[in-house]
Write a protein that binds this ligand. Structure first.
Ligand code: FRU
Length: 488
C-alpha cells in the first residue's frame, strides 16, 4: 500500500493508543488470518531475521512496520520456539532508536557467542536529502533478552558499492567467523561482499573480497544472501533482483534462488564447483529466505511469504505478510530438498482417507499420491461451482501447474495467475499440501519442488474437489498454534 513518507517514517512514540486500537480493530475484521503460521499483529511483516539457536531455544525475529501494510520505519520483532512449530512472541524488539539505524533496523542474522547472542544487521540511515548510508552494525542480546547495541559501525560502505549494501549474514566455518553482505556496484550490478572477523572478534571485520559464486551481474542487486552447509556442501541462498530471465525463468517480481557448491575456499573468497542458478520455490511468493546451521548440524530455512513492491488483499485490513513453516534442507542425488521440520506432524488432529469435501476449515494437510502416467486436477478452496485454487499434476509429462485465477480476490495479476514446475516424467509423485486459510505450502516428493503462495478465497471457497483424474492419500485437520501477539 502506498502511504506518504511522513506516515511511514513517523516516530513510533508519536502513534497514540487510539490510533493503535483502530489499526488492531481493522486487522480483526480480516477473514483471512492464519492459524498456524506467524503473521504480524498489525502492519507489515517481511524478512525473517536473526534465525538462530540461543539460550536453549530457537530464535526468530522478523522485519516489521507495525502501523499499516506498507514498508516504513522497520524494527525486528522477536519470537522464540522449542519445536520450530510453536513460536512465542516475547515482546522484545530491535527498535530503530540509534543514530546508526535511524531510518530502520534492516535485515540481518544472529549467532550465539559465549553466553550472548550477537546480532548483525543493517542500519538504514538517510540524511536530510534522503540520501541513504547503509551501516552494518551489531548488538548483543543477553539471556534475559536484553539488547545492547554496539555504538561503532562494524562495516562501513566500501567505495565500490552504491547505497544498496545490506543484510549481513554471519556464519562459522571451521571455527572462524565470516560474513557475507548483499551489494550493488556502480554499474548497477548485484554482487556479494565477503568479510572475515579479525582474530575472530565479531566487532572487528576485514574485507576479504567479492564473493566468487559464479554470478553474472545480470541482476541489479542481491538481497539477503545466506550460506548454509547441507550434508557437507555449501549452499548459497539469495535474492537477485532484476535477474535476466534468459539466465533463469521466473515469474514473480523478484526471484529467490540458490546454487549448491562442492567446496568453500574462504582464503580466495570463493564458492567452488557450483550448480547453475535454480529457483528455490515455484509458488507465487517466497522471498528473503534465511537459513542457518543448528548446533547439531542441521540446515534450517524460513521464508517470507510475500514479495517487495506488491500490494496484497489484506492491505485494506492494515496488515500484510507471513512467515513460512520452518523447513529442513537436505541433498539427495545432487538435488536440494526442503521439507517442514518433523514437529509439524504434531499439529495433526483428526485423520481420514482423502476424498472430495464441500466444507473444510481451510486449515489442513493433505498427503497425496499421484500415480505414474496420470493427469489429475485438484481444486482447493473450491466453491459449489468448483472454482478455486487449481493444481494440475501430470505425472506422464512431469509437469505441475498451480492456477489461482479463480481463487478469491485477485492481485499481482501483472505477474500472471499461474505458476508451474517440472517433475521427473513418467514417475509417480507425492504431495504434502499445507493449507492455512490464506496460505498454501505444497511440497512435491517430500520437498524436491515447492510452491509457497498466498490465496485469498471468498467465504464460499471452503471445499476440495477432484476436477479430473484420480488421487489417493490422507487428509489431516491441523490445529492452531495459538500464537499470541505483543507487538503494538
Ligand atoms: C528484503 C529487504 C532487505 C532489507 C529489508 C528491509 O525484503 O529489502 O534487503 O534489509 O527488506 O525491510
Amino acid at each position: 500500500m502506498n502511504l506518504p513518507t511522513e506516515v511511514r517514517y513517523r516516530p513510533y512514540t508519536d502513534w497514540t493508543d487510539g490510533e493503535k486500537t483502530k489499526i488492531k480493530e481493522n486487522v480483526g475484521k480480516s477473514p483471512w488470518r492464519a492459524s498456524y503460521h506467524i503473521e504480524p499483529e498489525t502492519g507489515l511483516l517481511n524478512d525473517p531475521n536473526g534465525f538462530s539457536y540461543f539460550n536453549g531455544k530457537f530464535q526468530l525475529f522478523y522485519q516489521s512496520w507495525p502501523f499499516g501494510a506498507a514498508h516504513g520505519l522497520k524494527q525486528w520483532v522477536h519470537t522464540e520456539s522449542e519445536d520450530l512449530v510453536h513460536f512465542t512472541e516475547t515482546g522484545v524488539k530491535l527498535l530503530p532508536d540509534h543514530e546508526n539505524d535511524s531510518h530502520g533496523a534492516y535485515s540481518g542474522s544472529a549467532y550465539q557467542i559465549g553466553d550472548k547472542l550477537f546480532i548483525f544487521y543493517t542500519g538504514n540511515v538517510r540524511d536530510e536529502n534522503w540520501i541513504r548510508d547503509p551501516r552494518q552494525i551489531g548488538a548483543w542480546m543477553d539471556k534475559n533478552y536484553k539488547i545492547k547495541k554496539i555504538d561503532k559501525v562494524l562495516i562501513k560502505k566500501p567505495t565500490d558499492v552504491t547505497e544498496h549494501f545490506r543484510d549481513p549474514q554471519i556464519f562459522d566455518y571451521k571455527g572462524q567467523f565470516y560474513a557475507i553482505i548483499g551489494a550493488q556496484n556502480h554499474n548497477k550490478q548485484g554482487f556479494i561482499k565477503f568479510y572475515k572477523a579479525v582474530d575472530n572478534d565479531v566487532e572487528n571485520w576485514v574485507e576479504v573480497g567479492d564473493l566468487d559464486f559464479g554470478g553474472t551481474g545480470s541482476e541489479y542487486m542481491i538481497e539477503c544472501p545466506n550460506i548454509v552447509f547441507v550434508d557437507g556442501k555449501p549452499v548459497l541462498l539469495y535474492c537477485p533482483q532484476g535477474l535476466d530471465k534468459a539466465e533463469l525463468d521466473y515469474n514473480n517480481i523478484y526471484p529467490n534462488t540458490y546454487k549448491i557448491f562442492q567446496d568453500f575456499d574462504p582464503e580466495k573468497a570463493a564458492l567452488v564447483g557450483g550448480t547453475p542458478i535454480i529457483n528455490l520455490d515455484y509458488g507465487f511468493e517466497a522471498y528473503a529466505t534465511q537459513g542457518f546451521n543448528t548446533p547439531d548440524g542441521r540446515a534450517l530455512i524460513v521464508s517470507w511469504i510475500g514479495l517487495p513492491d506488491v500490494d496484497y488483499p489484506t492491505d485494506k485490513y492494515d496488515y500484510q505478510g507471513a512467515m513460512s513453516l520452518v523447513k529442513e534442507l537436505s541433498i539427495k542425488d545432487g538435488k536440494l530438498y526442503q521439507y517442514p521440520v518433523e514437529a509439524i506432524t504434531s499439529l495433526r488432529t483428526r485423520q481420514e482417507d482423502f476424498s472430495e469435501k464441500t466444507a473444510t476449515t481451510n486449515t489442513y494437510e493433505l498427503e497425496l499420491n499421484f500415480q505414474a502416467n496420470t493427469q489429475t486436477e485438484l481444486v482447493l478452496f473450491a466453491d459449489q461451482e468448483g472454482n478455486g485454487l487449481s493444481l494440475t499434476v501430470d505425472t506422464a509429462k512431469g509437469k505441475v501447474i498451480l492456477d489461482r485465477s479463480k481463487a478469491g480476490e485477485q492481485y499481482a495479476t501483472d505477474f500472471g495467475t499461474s505458476r508451474e514446475c517440472t517433475l521427473d516424467a513418467g514417475q509417480a509423485a507425492t504431495a504434502n499440501i499445507f493449507v492455512d486459510n490464506s496460505i498454501v505450502e505444497i511440497f512435491f516428493n517430500k520437498g524436491e519442488k515447492v510452491f509457497t503462495s498466498r490465496v485469498f478465497p471468498s467465504a464460499e471457497q471452503t471445499g476440495i474437489k477432484v476436477a479430473s483424474g484420480n488421487v489417493s492419500g490422507h487428509y489431516f485437520d491441523l490445529k492452531s498454534v495459538s500464537y499470541t501477539h505483543l507487538t503494538l
